[in-house]
Design a protein. Structure first.
Length: 116
């Protein structure tokens, strides 16, 4: 991968990060909300490996961000839910960048004991 030298000179490393597979799928489906797509078409057009697309779509469906009927997948009709998910992702990424990401093992070390 390469970037234009002007982007290198004026940009920041944060602006060069590649989107996640989930972000690619959501962007693809959101931009084409008038259609439903097969997994293979989504993988090809969103730039996600075919071996990953099934699990990505399943996770997005679990979060009610995509819909699924038969072989076809589409973006959710719930625009508020989609917006909230995108906002939460951006906020979490910003906090992780500023303060570092959380490690579940460290969090558990300081958590209160289970009362049961």
């Amino acid at each position: 991968m390469s970037i234009d030298i002007d982007e290198f000179e004026e940009g920041t490393p944060d602006s060069w990060e590649e989107p996640t597979n989930a972000e690619r799928v959501l962007a693809f489906l959101s931009d084409r909300s008038d259609r439903a797509w097969t997994q293979s078409a989504i993988a090809e057009r969103a730039g996600v490996k075919r071996g990953s697309i099934g699990s990505v779509l399943a996770r997005l469906e679990d979060r009610d961000l995509v819909r699924h009927k038969g072989r076809y997948w589409a973006i959710t009709n719930d625009r508020e839910r989609l917006r909230a998910a995108i906002d939460q992702h951006r906020i979490t990424a910003a906090l992780d960048e500023r303060y570092g990401s959380e490690r579940k093992s460290e969090w558990r070390e300081h958590a209160a004991d289970d009362p049961e």
